[in-house]
Design a protein around this ligand. Structure first.
Ligand code: ADE
Ligand code: ZN
Length: 341
């Protein structure tokens, strides 16, 4: 099938985005406007310089840049602006449902009181639905650099404020030298309150920490999880339990988590029967969007429309959305596939 026809399918098929960070979703224009308002905070105020600022030498460098941008988002109104831009972009890409990772402790450190953050998320969610027809869910993620105490504070926010649309608890930040098990008490408390467990694991480290995410954090889905490919027994376990990996190929390239796209383990994960959903992670910083992620799978891994439709179905099944929306998504995927047969 010619690529243009695949691109038409990818554009039309109703999609979900299950791994996307609020701060990392900000467009270049939005970040430039914020940087000009806070000129002393180490983020470039001109487009070319900002593009160069977003060329990452490795994963640690990416996280340092990410935190500088985080420090520009200082009010509830800024959060609503980010969500408005995000919802418009999702609607452009036929994304009907997205789960957004928000790091409340980092937002608090940047100056946003928790009550303001909760109110901004409520306003942004309503606006996304009313103006763009996009449903948003929240995953509140702890940052490993803030340790178990930061994770407890994250859970306090999630269950204390519980903005409408709250679906999960996450864990992001650096992975090297971090034991996921140390975060188990905070995750247990969140799970007991009905939150889903969706930590990052195996983005830049091997399968041991994916095992820890599954056994210690009771992960139902895993952010990235590409390190799993080195352990056939883990792949079998993920496949048997239906634990979905939220795979972000362009992110992995831009942060240096994989050296080149040909070496990306996504095809091996799919071949092992592991449910895989595609996501953008930090699209504003990685110059990507969800259509581009699907097209990478076609162009670099040779995936057909039928295989891309299966990826879209895996996302709809793994989403913590309403059963009605899931059924609508699955029916829409069938229709889009049939139209391009
Ligand atoms: N925070 C934002 N993006 C992240 C990523 N890709 N991994 C871990 N933490 C993050
Ligand atoms: Zn992430």
């Amino acid at each position: 099938m010619p690529t243009s026809s695949v691109a038409a399918f990818v554009a039309a098929v109703p999609k979900v985005e299950l791994h996307l960070h609020l701060i990392g979703s900000a467009s270049l224009e939005t970040v430039l406007a914020l940087a000009r308002r806070h000129p002393g905070r180490g983020v470039p105020t001109e487009p070319d310089a900002l593009r160069r600022f977003y060329a990452f030498t490795d994963f640690g460098h990416f996280l340092r840049v990410y935190h500088r941008v985080n420090r520009l988002v200082t009010t509830g109104a800024d959060v609503v602006t980010l969500l408005e831009g995000l919802a418009a972009e999702l609607a452009r890409r036929a994304v009907r449902y997205a789960e957004v990772q928000v790091t409340p402790v980092r937002n608090r450190m940047a100056g946003i009181p928790y009550a303001d953050l909760a109110a901004a998320l409520a306003d942004g969610r309503a606006l996304a639905r009313e103006r763009h027809g996009v449903e948003l869910g929240w995953v509140f993620d702890a940052d490993t650099t803030l340790g178990p105490a930061g994770a407890e504070e994250t859970v306090d926010f999630a269950i204390g404020h519980r903005p409408e649309g709250t679906v999960g608890i996450g864990l992001g930040g650096p992975e090297g030298g971090v034991r996921r098990a140390d975060f188990a008490p905070a995750f247990r408390r969140a799970i007991a309150e009905g939150l889903h467990s969706v930590p990052h694991a195996g983005e830049t480290v091997g399968p041991e920490e994916v095992w820890a995410a599954v056994t210690e954090l009771r992960a139902e889905r895993i952010g990235h999880g590409i390190g799993s490919a080195a352990d056939p027994r883990l792949l079998e376990h993920l496949a048997e339990r239906g634990i979905t990996l939220e795979v972000c190929p362009v992110s992995n390239l831009r942060t240096g988590a994989v050296e080149d796209i040909a070496a990306h383990p996504l095809p091996r994960l799919v071949a092992a029967g592991v449910p895989v959903t595609l996501a953008t992670d930090d699209p504003g910083m990685f110059h990507t969007d969800l259509e581009a992620e699907y097209l990478v799978c076609h162009e670099a891994f040779g995936m057909s429309v039928a295989e891309l439709a299966d990826i879209a179905r895996a996302g709809a099944r793994a989403a913590f959305c309403s059963p009605e929306l899931r059924a609508e998504l699955l029916a829409g995927i069938d229709r889009a596939e049939a139209a391009h047969a």
